[in-house]
Design a protein around this ligand. Structure first.
Ligand SMILES: N[C@@H](CCC(=O)N[C@@H](CS)C(=O)NCC(=O)O)C(=O)O
Length: 231
């Protein structure tokens, strides 16, 4: 095993533990939630994206795309340090490492991975673009074209989720998995951060509402969503 490497600005407090580099946005929250749910010891480092920490030369060495979240694990495969970016890949890595929150049954496991990819490919980018045009750039565009495009797509995705949850407790089935950890912070942020519950008609997605309250009331979820909050 070679000596682990840590970015200069964010030294490890416990070099033997997983290091999380993140901020409490929906993509970042997923990993704080997973670490808490899985009871994994970790050091948390705030990468303040509003202050461009994500472009720090050292940070880019562990997360070349310049986004949060990322992790390093000094005890990765073959005992070597591993660096990982992309929240979906990190969730899968942590679930495989611990054997938790990823179904053992092969079919259910594929379904879990499918819904995880659905989050990363659709829910995150579309809700994120909606939030951008609805909350942050409302005064920078001359018409509603972009806002409406992402609003309609976000509503469509909420309906896909609502249908999926019509006869299931959680996204895959009866058990809570990393797919729930990935999707819930994004649905939660619609009201909590974008203040767009009304415009997206969140209340009309009844199955989503029941599922969301089940997931977000978990103590580990509550702890995890605050990890790497700016002061
Ligand atoms: N697909 C990536 C998306 C990560 C992402 O977009 N992170 C945002 C915060 S939610 C970020 O780092 N933004 C900083 C920037 O764009 O400069 C993932 O799931 O990890």
């Amino acid at each position: 095993m070679t000596n682990p490497w840590f970015p200069k600005r964010w030294p490890a407090l416990h070099p033997e533990h997983i290091q999380l580099y993140s901020m409490a946005t929906p993509n970042g929250q997923k990993i704080g939630i997973a670490l808490e749910e899985m009871n994994i010891p970790y050091d948390a480092h705030l990468i303040h994206i509003g202050k461009n920490d994500q472009f720090d030369e050292d940070y880019l060495k562990l997360s070349p795309n310049g986004k949060i979240p990322s992790i390093s694990d000094p005890n990765g495969p073959n005992g070597e340090q591993v660096f990982l970016m992309e929240s979906g890949a990190i969730l899968l890595y942590l679930a495989e490492k611990t054997g938790l929150f990823l179904p053992k049954d092969p079919l259910e496991k594929m379904e879990c991975i499918q819904w995880l990819f659905f989050q990363v490919a659709h829910v995150g980018p579309m809700f994120g673009q909606f939030g951008h045009f609805f909350k942050f750039a409302a005064d920078k565009t001359t018409d509603d074209y972009a806002k409406n495009r992402y609003l309609n797509e976000s509503k469509r995705l909420l309906k896909v989720l609502d249908d999926r949850l019509a006869n299931r407790d959680f996204i895959v089935g009866k058990d809570y998995t990393i797919a729930d950890m990935a999707i819930a912070p994004w649905v939660s942020c619609i009201d909590a951060f974008y203040k767009a519950g009304d415009v997206l008609e969140l209340g009309s997605f009844k199955n989503v509402a029941i599922w969301l309250s089940k997931v977000t009331s978990r103590p580990a979820y509550q702890r995890g969503k605050q990890v790497c909050s700016p002061a």
